[in-house]
Every structure is written in structure tokens, then in C-alpha cells.
Design a protein. Structure first.
Lengths: 505, 355, 356
């Protein structure tokens, strides 16, 4: 390994409105190294990468690349310097052939015209170097995500990238495909490329990386050699034990004789998630723990009908229901705050008032409008109850801060007076104060007899609030613990190792 | 080490049945079916002659020329509603310039070229830099060009100039070698300037799309404009050039129309933009962008002209059945496109499950 | 203070403001050139008011009515190209029933099928069905609106010609004349019909939650679905409504000339309607819409046309004027320009606050 780093980022700082997204973060990559970049959602991984590729412009800090200071202003510029990114969502053209995706924009020419033979020959060569003997003359969208990702990598490799950033490349790959990708990564490493590998899968980090850098809440936790660290230590570092503020929160009390609110048997959809068996009591708060991609969100979507279930049964309050679309679920008094607030939650250009009334209105149907006065009352009530920071209810929801947007979405569902409220990462990316308030609200609702499913990556808050915690990994339930008996240590070990191994450890 | 070979399913059939060609096959197939039907029904009264076949091209040559440029625009995911008006404007400029002002038609043609290509470039720039939807931008271009036509003259202006007459009169007859000399085949069939230009434009279009970086960038933009940007392709330049090229095609189409009618009229070719779009779409070009072939457009033009031909041969059917048949064809093709797209998506997710 | 500053920059950014300003400017120009542009006279013979302003309202009726539906279509993020063809179809159907004698019995004589109401109801019903076909292709098959409606745009006029066997009829039946040429409250009937449609659609959209749902689907389909909004139903209703309104417009068009003309009725109506909506400040990419803005947009278009006629400019040149208006409007509304404008507005406002 050379003694100087190929890439060195020092003291990177960036501030978004209201949040310090990165605070004095250092990060370096050597040539011929696979360096894992880790952290939970909102830790600042993607922000750091976006500073490097010129999507964001950092407020302070320096980037040294190959000994020279650089400051890319756009992904194209970073790309031309030799920094290539392969995203989780493929950034290629689905209608072009595999070969062309590798060579478009820099096709070999012959007599003023594109030399297709040469393109296809070289593409075939390149792909077979990655052990992919595929027909490169077929359009890209004929192939699976794994292959599309390889094509992305092939393009980067052929352009002589020195740094290759792989942003969650494995989240939609199966084991075989992951192994294939790892082989390629190792080969590229042997050729002296520096690879930044972002992933949520712990096993994979240990399988392939040389070093790892861990971020948490926009700050650097540290950089470690992979051989010097255990899985448990890693999870602890990622999630952190800093209990920032101790709130005076008490778990909801669940009457042991309370009626069953939700029961699912073998609920599932082939190809998505299957065999979901759950049972919840009225007023219970059920936590879903596990890393991203473990099947937490998918389970919630199945219960709510966002992805319709094709097999199994679902009973709500002892009655069999058939939930084919979200409206059915809302009619059955279910509510669901999705994970991606921007994409699935807010209606950006509508006012706070309209956003709050939306789900209730949808349940009533548009012919039974909620009067303007009722809407105002609803809006005022929830703005006060949830202390939403806004001058008035007519402000566009898109103009609010993340925490306040989340509260409005919560208000939308509280207004429907649900029996079961599913919250998918409701506290992600919002400030500590708003976080505590949302937790308090959840517990209050439980005490009022609402059942809550609470999905979170932060173990601390999940343990503090839940009556029962279900731990998921790889689309399966791997453990279940009672909230009172649970410590972060036990939960961490279940997430890392599964219940049996965790218990024996 | 799992050295496996995924997706190895290269059979002889699959080499030709590539999904990207399905739409073109559908167009060609349907054309052949209709043609055979016509041959069986009306073969005895001359449907199968070369003359009928050539006429199918000839009568729609100006729409075909416009469809060449339109295909490029549609592949980028855009649309251009201004083509018919620009073609009409070309006719007006040449007619007014030659007949009223007394310029040489070649000079007028040059002016028309500058106007048409300039308008196209401006539209492209507005679409890219101002982020105005192509539909609205080119609608403005449509109104503008049509309005200027009316400002030039509200009367039809006939053109009579040796050069125009010569071009309009040029014919290349199909001949056969009989008894030591070339004689015109019967019934007489010939290629005129319009048809010749149409075929040349199709060839140029094919070369642009298949053999130049510019053409491949067009496909890339239509496939995913964001990705094209990230891949470092010159998106702005390509889009502007596409609309400029389409302006050029409109001007040539306008000139071709002028040769046919030998006059300029401010209401000529009203609604012609839809004819051009229809030719491209039934030729397999996706209105969502990213997919389209010149060969498809060529057969699209043929397919669109075989219907009126059939109606003429039938003699009893009235001409508006042509509109309905075209609409029906359009619906059919769009539904086929939907099916092709959804099945390829389904195949992919199935594949995903299987692995 | 804070609230006021917010409002001012809101007005600067509001797109309907620009439409109103534009209309006032055009009227001002008219007034300067010919002060009598604004005169309105009462004609006892017909019991109607006459004048350029009345004429503008009267002649804008067809487009205004269609544009009401088009506003909702565009708010959903779509376009409906089939409206012009539906106008032709509606006219053809009405005349078919008015001239049942010629068409069916081949003996000119008795003017119309009885009851007369069928002449109105059948075109409305048939066109609404056509609109539902559009809606079906879009919401169930999943086509882009522009493609799905292109089909009907291409073959709609053909269907209209089949309805009347390709013939053009005229009628003298006076109840039918009322629709396009009658009067009520001293005003031409089309103005009254337009007012009823505008008020009716506004009430339907704003007094029920329909408008909010349309906006919601137009802004964020995914979030709308998860909030329980049935977007398929919304799309279906919007396209059916637009077709229904096109049919009304077709009846007015036919009644004005007491005839049918499948080739020329409703030509470019889709373009004009889209134009009215865009001038009125509704964004082509969907979302928030303004029916009032659309009405103003439609009036602007007609004002230009009237202006051109009134001052003896070549009538076909209206196209060029329309183009100029679109160019001004799209440049003003385009993202880069609007960002600059709103920055400018805010700067001015903050300056004012500092002064205070």
C-alpha cells in the first residue's frame, strides 16, 4: 500500500437549513483499498459522498486527490477527474444496449461513423473480465439490477476511474450476485483502484473491506481496520450509546386482557415478503428493529395494503378484512406514516390544513367534504397539539422543516382516529426536540387505546418506547423481546447474530 | 468461486427477435397483411402494380420527410407541433418571394431555411434552458409561423418559375429491357423529386441515428435525460440540434409540398403535424422517448398511405373511414407498445424472483 | 408586518396576477386607440346588449367551457387533445337528430325527433362516454394522457362524419337556435351558459373536496395513494367531465351556424383551451390550478382576436398575436425567470421592512 492516500478529505463541514449535516469529518482512501463507509440513515454518508462528487458544495474543508486539491462543482466534473459513482438506482439509459451504455459519448469511430463492431467486441471483453458472458447487444433493461450495476462499474473502469464509489450496490442483489460483485471489487482493488463501499449489510463489510469509517449524526466516529473490530463493536459504534437527553417517558401500560387488535397469518406476496405472522393487543406499542432492508418497511406496507397481499389473512379487531389498497386500510382504521416523507408523505404545494385533512377526506370520499370551518378547527387543533411551528395553517407544507412536516403527516393520520398507527422511521432526520415530542405523542396515543407499530433504526428509542420488539433480518423475524427486559446489548446482538447465537453469546 | 454465466440465452431466434425491434416488426407485419389483403381483393384492378406502390409513397412524401425529423424529436422524449406551420411558411416565403417580389426561388429557399432552422433552434433552446414543456413551446412556434403566413398573404399565391417547374416536372421512369431497348413499364411508374428526397432523408436519418454520436445521444436523452447528463453527454447541444434538424425537415417538406401544389397558401397543411406524429408512432416510435427507428417510420408512412389506397380501390367506402382506420391503427400500436413495455417489466421481475 | 411581506412576495409570484395585468394592458391599448371600444348599446329588436366587450365574452364561450375541464386535466399533469374532435362529434350528433327526416326517412319535412331534449342529451351522453374511454385508457391501461387522447383526436372527426354520412346539414329549428343565438337577461345565451358552467364546475370542484384531490394527485401521486385517494376514479371523472363540456361547446358551435361541419368545428380548440389554462397560471406539470385564471386566460385569447378584427388587422394574424402572448407568458412562468422574479420581490420586501 502506498504511504500517501489517494483521496484525502479533511475537516469537511456542511450545513443545511437548521441542521449541521457534516461537522469536521475526515475521510481518506488509499489506492488499492476497499473502504467501507458506514452509519445509519441521516448519519451523513451520502452527504459526504455528494460533497466529493460535487453535488453539494461544502462550507469548509479540503479534498486532496492524488496529492492535488480539487473542488468539483458537478458530478460530471468529478467524473472527468476520475471519481466515478455507481448508484443504487442505476444511472444508465435503459433503452440502450449494454455495450452502448459502456461507450456512449466516447464511441470508437471509423471513417466518421460509429464502429459498432469495435464497441460490441470491447464491451464483450470488458464484461467477460467480470465473468459476465452476456449478450451485450441487448438493451440494458433486459437485464437484472445486478448486471446493470456491473455495466455501470464496467463503464467506470473503462474510463480509468481511480476512485469508484459504490453506493449501496448490494441491496437488491442475491447472494450469488453479491459474490460476483465482490470478486470484481477485489480484482479492481488489485489493480490499484480505491473503492468506497457504502452498505448496510454487516456481513458484507467484513467479507470485503479493508478499512471502515463510521459516521454518526454528521460527525466522525472513527476509522478502523476491519480486522481490528468485531461485529458487535461495529453495531455499537454505528448506533451509538449516547442517550442525548433522558426524557421522562413511561412505556404504555397494556392490559393483559386487552382484546387483540391485529392478527395476520402467513400474510405475504411472492417476490416481496412472505409469512408475516403478527398479533397485537389494543393499546400496545410494537417496535420493529433491524437494519435497513431487513424487511421492516415491507412488512408495514403489506399490513397497510400499500403493496397488496396475495396470500394469508389479516384480522382487525377480530374481523377478517380484505385490504387491496390503502383506502381499504384507512376504512379499517389503519394509518401509515411512510419512511420517505418527501416521496410518499407530503403533498408539497398544498397547505398544512389541506395536508392534515387529506386522509380523513379520502375516507369520506370527495362528495362529503370536510367544511372549511371543520378543516380550520382540525388544523388549529393539531398545530397546537403537536406544536407545529408555523405562522398559520395556510403555509405550504413544502416550506416547513423536516420535523414539522413529519408532525403534519402524523396529524393527518391522527385526524382519522385510527385503531392502528404504523410509523416508519418517524424520527429520522429531525431534531432532538421534535423527536422527543413524537415519542411522547406515540405513547399518549397508546394509552388512549391506539395500537402503534413503531419502526426505527435507533435502538435506544425503540427500547424506551416499545412494549414488545420484533427483530428482523433479511426479510425474516429473527427474534422477539419484551421492552422491559431488553437492553441495547441484547438487541444489538440479536440484530448482529440472530436470536440463538445472540442468546448463546 | 462462483463463476457463473448468467442470462445466457442466445438462440438463433433471439438474435432477430430482440425486444427493441418488436415494434418495427409489428409495423412491417401489419403493412404486409394489409397489402396482401389488398392484393387479394383488388389485385385484378391493379392494386399490386408498382405504380400503385410507388404512388403510396409519393402522395405522402412531404409528410414522410417531416416524419423523419419528428422521429428524432420523439426519440428525445419531446414533441414538435410547429412542423406543419413551418412547412406552410416555407411555401409562403418561396411563393411570395418568387411571384410577388421577383427573387430567384433558390434565394427564397435559403431565407426559408434560415427561418425554419432558426425557429427550431430557438424552440430547442427554450425547451432546454427555460424548462418549458415541448408541447407548449412548439405550440407557440406553430401559432407564430401560421400567423406570419397570414401576415404575408391571405390569398393563395401561385408560383411559376422555370426552376420550380423543372423540379416539379422531373421524373425518373421505371423501365424494363425488352428486345434490345429500354421501355417504360406499364402501367407507367416513376419517381419524382419528392419521393427521391424522402428516400434520401430516410437514409440520412438512419445514418444520423445509427452511425453518429449525435444520434446515439438522442437515444440516451430519451432513455433517461438525468443519466445522460451524469454520463457527461452534451444534452443541451443535442436537444437544440434535434429541434434545429426538425426545422430543416419541415422546410424541406414545405418545399416538397410546394412542388406538388405549385402555390403557397396560408392555411395549407393545417393539422399536418399530427400526420407526421402519427407516421412516426405507427412506425414504432415511443412517444415517451428512447425508442424509434427510421425503418419503422418509413413503414409507418407506407402503412398510413395504404389505407386511403384501399379505400380508393374499394370505391364504395367514403374517405373518412381513413381517419377512423388511422385512429384505430394508432390505438392498436399504442396498446402493443404498452404490452411490450409491461411484459418486459414483468419478465424482469420474474427473473428476479427466479434467481 | 411579517404577514404583509409574505403577501406581497406572494402577489409577485402569483401567476394569475400576471394574467389580469396582461388583460388590463390589452384593454388599455384598445381604449387608447379607440375609446368607443368599451361602449355597450342596447338593441330593443333582439333584446340584447351589443358591444365589443359583450362580443368578447360571447365568442369566448366555447373555449372557456372546455378550458374548465382542461384546467382539471392539466392539474392532474395531463393534456386532453380530443376536445376539438368531440366538439365536431357533438355538433354532428345534434344535427343528425335535428334532421332525422333527411337522414333516416329520406323525406325532408318534419324537422326533428321528438322530444327535443334528445337532441341535447344524446351528444352530451355520447361525448361523456368518449371521455370515459380516454379516462379508461389512462387510468386502467396506464397510457400517457397525451397519447391516449391523440387516438380520439385522430379518429373523432371520422366518427362525426360517419354519424352524418359525411353530409352537412342545416336546420331552422328555433328551439335549437336559442342555445347559440338566443338571449337571457339582455345577454347572449352562450354567456349565460358559460356562467352556469363556470359556476357549476367551480362549486363542484371547490365545495366538494374534488379540487383538492385533483391537485393532490397532480402534485404527488404516490403520497396521494398512500393517503387513500382513489386516483383512478379522479382521472375517470376529470376526463369524462372534459368531454361533457366539449359536447356543450359543440352544441353552442352548431347552434351559432345552425349546421354541422365535421371538418372545421372545433379546429384548434384543444390548443386554445390549453393555452387559456396556461395563461391563467396553471402549470403544465400539474398541481395547483385556478379556474378563475383560466376564465381570464380564455378572455385574453378572445380579446386579442377581437382586437385584431376590430382594428382591421388581417384576421388570420391573430395566430401570431397568440404566439406572442404564449411566449411572454411562458417566459414569465418558466422556472429560471420566476426564481429571479421572486428573489427580486423578496429583496424589495425585506428592504421595506428594514425601512419600517
Amino acid at each position: 500500500m502506498p504511504d500517501h492516500s489517494l483521496l484525502e478529505m479533511k475537516g469537511i463541514e456542511i450545513e443545511f437549513p437548521g441542521v449541521k449535516a457534516l461537522d469536521k469529518v475526515d475521510f481518506s482512501v488509499n489506492a488499492g483499498e476497499i473502504h467501507a463507509l458506514l452509519g445509519e440513515n441521516g448519519a451523513g454518508k451520502s452527504t459526504l459522498i455528494k460533497c466529493l462528487t460535487g453535488v453539494h458544495h461544502m462550507d469548509a474543508g479540503t479534498i486532496l486527490f492524488d496529492g492535488k486539491e480539487i473542488r468539483p462543482t458537478s458530478p460530471q466534473e468529478a467524473f472527468s477527474m476520475g471519481i466515478s459513482t455507481v448508484y443504487q438506482e442505476i444511472n444508465l439509459c435503459p433503452n440502450l444496449t449494454v455495450a452502448e451504455n459502456i461507450f456512449v459519448g466516447r464511441q470508437p469511430m471509423k471513417g466518421g461513423m460509429i464502429n459498432w463492431k469495435e464497441i460490441n467486441r470491447r464491451a464483450k471483453e470488458l464484461m467477460s473480465r467480470f465473468h459476465m458472458d452476456i449478450d451485450v447487444t441487448r438493451p440494458l433493461n433486459n437485464y437484472s439490477t445486478a448486471i446493470q450495476q456491473m455495466v455501470s462499474i464496467a463503464r467506470a473502469v473503462d474510463i480509468d476511474a481511480k476512485i469508484l464509489i459504490l453506493d449501496e450496490p448490494t441491496s437488491s442483489l442475491d447472494d450469488n450476485e453479491v459474490q460476483l460483485l465482490f470478486n470484481v471489487m477485489r480484482e479492481l482493488k488489485a489493480e490499484g483502484m480505491g473503492i468506497i463501499f457504502i452498505t448496510h449489510f454487516l456481513d458484507q463489510i467484513f467479507a470485503v473491506s479493508d478499512r471502515m469509517t463510521i459516521l454518526r449524526n454528521g460527525t466522525l466516529v472513527g476509522t478502523y481496520n476491519t480486522t481490528d473490530i468485531t461485529k458487535l463493536q461495529l453495531v455499537t459504534l454505528m448506533i451509538g450509546k449516547d442517550i442525548d437527553v433522558i426524557f421522562n417517558l413511561k412505556r404504555a401500560h397494556v392490559d393483559p386482557n386487552a382484546p387483540e387488535m391485529l392478527r395476520t397469518e402467513n400474510l405475504g406476496t411472492p417476490g416481496q415478503i412472505q409469512n408475516v405472522n403478527l398479533s397485537m393487543k389494543k393499546g400496545e406499542l410494537l417496535g420493529f428493529a433491524g437494519l435497513l432492508g431487513s424487511g421492516r418497511t415491507e412488512t408495514a406496507e403489506l399490513i397497510f395494503g400499500a403493496v397488496p397481499a396475495t396470500e394469508g389473512t389479516e384480522d382487525i379487531n377480530g374481523k377478517r378484512v380484505s385490504i387491496k389498497k390503502p383506502l381499504d386500510a384507512i376504512k379499517a382504521k389503519l394509518a401509515f406514516c411512510p419512511e420517505d416523507r418527501k416521496r410518499d408523505g407530503i403533498i408539497g404545494d398544498l397547505s398544512i390544513r389541506e395536508n392534515i385533512a387529506l386522509a380523513l377526506q379520502a375516507r369520506r370520499g370527495f362528495l362529503h367534504p370536510i367544511s372549511r370551518q371543520e378543516q380550520n378547527e382540525l388544523a388549529d387543533k393539531y398545530i397546537k397539539l403537536l406544536s407545529i411551528a408555523t405562522p398559520d395553517a395556510e403555509k405550504k407544507i413544502g416550506d416547513l422543516s423536516g420535523g414539522n412536516q413529519q408532525k403534519v403527516i402524523l396529524a393527518r393520520w391522527m385526524a382519522t382516529q385510527p385503531d392502528l398507527l404504523i410509523l416508519d422511521e418517524p424520527t429520522r432526520g429531525i431534531d432532538v426536540g421534535a423527536k422527543a415530542e413524537i415519542q411522547r405523542l406515540m405513547l399518549e396515543m397508546c394509552n388512549d387505546g391506539v395500537s402503534v407499530i413503531f419502526i426505527s433504526s435507533e435502538l435506544e428509542e425503540i427500547i424506551r418506547c416499545s412494549n414488545r420488539i420484533i427483530v428482523m433480518r433479511d426479510g425474516k423475524k429473527v427474534g422477539e423481546v419484551k421492552g422491559e427486559e431488553c437492553t441495547q446489548q441484547t438487541l444489538l446482538s440479536i440484530i448482529a447474530e440472530g436470536e440463538q447465537e445472540g442468546a448463546s453469546a | 468461486m462462483p463463476e457463473r454465466i448468467p442470462e445466457q440465452r442466445q438462440s438463433f431466434a433471439s438474435r432477430f427477435l430482440k425486444p427493441q425491434y418488436v415494434m418495427v416488426y409489428a409495423t412491417v407485419g401489419i403493412f404486409i397483411l394489409i397489402y396482401i389483403y389488398g392484393a387479394v381483393r383488388f389485385g385484378s384492378i391493379g392494386f399490386t402494380t408498382l405504380r400503385t406502390f410507388i404512388n403510396m409513397f409519393k402522395d405522402n412524401a412531404y409528410y414522410g420527410i417531416s416524419a423523419v425529423g419528428m422521429t428524432l424529436v420523439l426519440i428525445t422524449g419531446g414533441i414538435d407541433l410547429s412542423v406543419a406551420s413551418v412547412a406552410c411558411l416555407t411555401g409562403m416565403i418561396v411563393a411570395y418571394g418568387t411571384t410577388v417580389l421577383g427573387f430567384h426561388p433558390a434565394v427564397c429557399m435559403l431565407v426559408a431555411l434560415i427561418v425554419g432552422v432558426g425557429l427550431g433552434v430557438l424552440q430547442g433552446a427554450a425547451i432546454h434552458y427555460l424548462n418549458v414543456p415541448p408541447f407548449i413551446t412548439t405550440l407557440a412556434g406553430n401559432f407564430l409561423a401560421r400567423g406570419v403566413c397570414s401576415l404575408i398573404s391571405r390569398e393563395s399565391i401561385s408560383v411559376s418559375h422555370p426552376m420550380i417547374d423543372a423540379l416539379a416536372g422531373w421524373k425518373w421512369y421505371f423501365k424494363k429491357y425488352v428486345d434490345g431497348e429500354w421501355v417504360k413499364i406499364k402501367p407507367i411508374a416513376f419517381i419524382n423529386v419528392n419521393l427521391f428526397v424522402f428516400i434520401v432523408m430516410i437514409i440520412i436519418g438512419t445514418i444520423i441515428l445509427q452511425k453518429t454520436k449525435f444520434g446515439r445521444n438522442i437515444y440516451a436523452i430519451g432513455g433517461n435525460e438525468q443519466s445522460a447528463k451524469l454520463m457527461g453527454l452534451p444534452v443541451a447541444k443535442t436537444k437544440i440540434m434535434v429541434y434545429g434538424f426538425n426545422g430543416l425537415c419541415s422546410v424541406i417538406a414545405g418545399f416538397a409540398y410546394l412542388l406538388e401544389v405549385k402555390s403557397g397558401w396560408n392555411l395549407a397543411l393545417n393539422g399536418g403535424e399530427l400526420e407526421a406524429i402519427t407516421c412516426a408512432v405507427i412506425g414504432g416510435t415511443l412517444l415517451t422517448g428512447g425508442v424509434g427507428y427510421m425503418v419503422g417510420t418509413l413503414f409507418g408512412v407506407l402503412l398510413k398511405s395504404v389505407i386511403p389506397a384501399l379505400i380508393t380501390f374499394n370505391g364504395n367506402l367514403l374517405s373518412w373511414w381513413g381517419k377512423i382506420a388511422t385512429g384505430g391503427l394508432l390505438a392498436l400500436f399504442i396498446v402493443i407498445q404498452r404490452i411490450v413495455v409491461t411484459t418486459s417489466e414483468r419478465n424482469k421481475s420474474k427473473k428476479k424472483e427466479a434467481t | 408586518m411579517k404577514k404583509k411581506s409574505f403577501n406581497l412576495s406572494g402577489v409577485m409570484q402569483s401567476k394569475i396576477t400576471w394574467a389580469v395585468v396582461a388583460e388590463l394592458l390589452i384593454l388599455l391599448v384598445c381604449f387608447i386607440i379607440r375609446p368607443d371600444f368599451f361602449s355597450i348599446k342596447y338593441q330593443p329588436a333582439t333584446g340584447m346588449l351589443y358591444g365589443s366587450l359583450i362580443d368578447i365574452l360571447n365568442r369566448s364561450a366555447e373555449i372557456t367551457i372546455i378550458a374548465m375541464g382542461m384546467t382539471l386535466v392539466i392539474a392532474l399533469g395531463g393534456t386532453d387533445l380530443s376536445v376539438g374532435s368531440l366538439v365536431a362529434l357533438s355538433g354532428a350528433l345534434a344535427l343528425k337528430f335535428l334532421r332525422w327526416d333527411v337522414l333516416v326517412y329520406n323525406t325532408p319535412g318534419d324537422y326533428t325527433v321528438k322530444p327535443f331534449i334528445l337532441v341535447i342529451l344524446v351528444p352530451l351522453a355520447v361525448c361523456t362516454l368518449m371521455g370515459m374511454f380516454n379516462g379508461f385508457m389512462i387510468s386502467r391501461i396506464g397510457m400517457q394522457p397525451i397519447i391516449a387522447t391523440l387516438i380520439l383526436m385522430v379518429c373523432g372527426r371520422g366518427i362525426a362524419q360517419i354519424v352524418t354520412n359525411g353530409k352537412q346539414f342545416t336546420t331552422l329549428y328555433s328551439p335549437f337556435r336559442v342555445i347559440g343565438q338566443g338571449s337571457l337577461f339582455f345577454l347572449p345565451m352562450p354567456i349565460i351558459i358559460t356562467a352556469v358552467v363556470v359556476i357549476g364546475v367551480s362549486l363542484f370542484v371547490r365545495k366538494t373536496a374534488f379540487g383538492t384531490m385533483v391537485e393532490s394527485v397532480g402534485i404527488n401521486p404516490s403520497a396521494s395513494r398512500l393517503s387513500g385517494i382513489d386516483s383512478k376514479k379522479i382521472i375517470m371523472i376529470v376526463f369524462a367531465l372534459t368531454a361533457f363540456l366539449s359536447a356543450i361547446s359543440g352544441l353552442i358551435t352548431a347552434s351559432r351556424v345552425m349546421s354541422n361541419d365535421s371538418n372545421n368545428f372545433g379546429i384548434n380548440f384543444e390548443m386554445d383551451a390549453i393555452l387559456a389554462v396556461v395563461i391563467g397560471g396553471t402549470n403544465m406539470s400539474g398541481g395547483k390550478f385556478s379556474l378563475a385564471g383560466t376564465v381570464i386566460g380564455s378572455i385574453i385569447i378572445r380579446t386579442i382576436v377581437t382586437f385584431v378584427y376590430y382594428f382591421g388587422i388581417v384576421s388570420e394574424a391573430t395566430m401570431a398575436f397568440k404566439a406572442l402572448i404564449i411566449i411572454v407568458v411562458i417566459v414569465l412562468q418558466s422556472e429560471p425567470v420566476r426564481k429571479k422574479m421572486s428573489k427580486f420581490g423578496k429583496k424589495k420586501v425585506t428592504g421595506g421592512v428594514q425601512h419600517a
